[in-house]
Design a protein around this ligand. Structure first.
Ligand SMILES: Nc1ncnc2c1ncn2[C@@H]1O[C@H](COP(=O)(O)OP(=O)(O)O)[C@@H](O)[C@H]1O
Ligand SMILES: [Mg+2]
Length: 137
């Protein structure tokens, strides 16, 4: 896609406490970028869900935050990458209520609703890369 990216920051996810760090860094960056309070809350919630998934299912991974611009619009792109077990069936995992851990299974579909776009690349046995974006209004 025709976007100019600049890497803002990275947060490594290796422990449950790193989910708190993900929330704090995402809140600080989105605030600095001038997002409104409602969008900040949406983006922080989405980041928290994806960071928790990394912690639960892959153990370790990284979140990268980028500033993005496209046709004069500015936004944020958050990339969550891990080398965990991967998601065998992404369409199934994106469904409401699908969980391999007897959890609510709302994390992925909920995250999609909170953001403007979401893409998932996952290879079974290799890992998962999830990209979410939100544009400033
Ligand atoms: N990073 C990941 N690596 C491997 N599997 C994942 C990852 N993220 C999500 N999944 C799989 O997708 C399913 C659905 O995720 P989610 O919608 O967040 O629901 P929940 O976490 O409540 O199970 C998880 O149960 C898990 O099987
Ligand atoms: Mg989840």
């Amino acid at each position: 896609m025709d976007t100019a990216n600049s890497v803002e920051t990275e947060v490594y996810i290796n422990a449950e406490s790193d989910i708190v760090k993900v929330r704090k860094v995402t809140r600080d960056v989105t605030k600095k970028m001038g997002f409104g309070i409602t969008d900040i809350t949406r983006i922080v919630t989405a980041a928290s869900e994806l960071a928790r998934n990394i912690y639960l299912y892959a153990k370790n991974g990284v979140m990268t935050l980028n500033n993005i611009t496209l046709n004069g619009k500015t936004g944020i792109e958050l990339v969550f990458q891990d080398n965990g077990p991967g998601i065998e069936d992404v369409d199934l995992a994106m469904g409401e209520g699908y969980s391999s851990s007897k959890s609510l299974g709302l994390g992925l579909p909920g995250t999609k609703r909170l953001m403007d776009d979401m893409s998932i690349e996952s290879i079974s046995g290799m890992g998962t890369k999830i990209i979410i974006r939100k544009w400033k209004r």
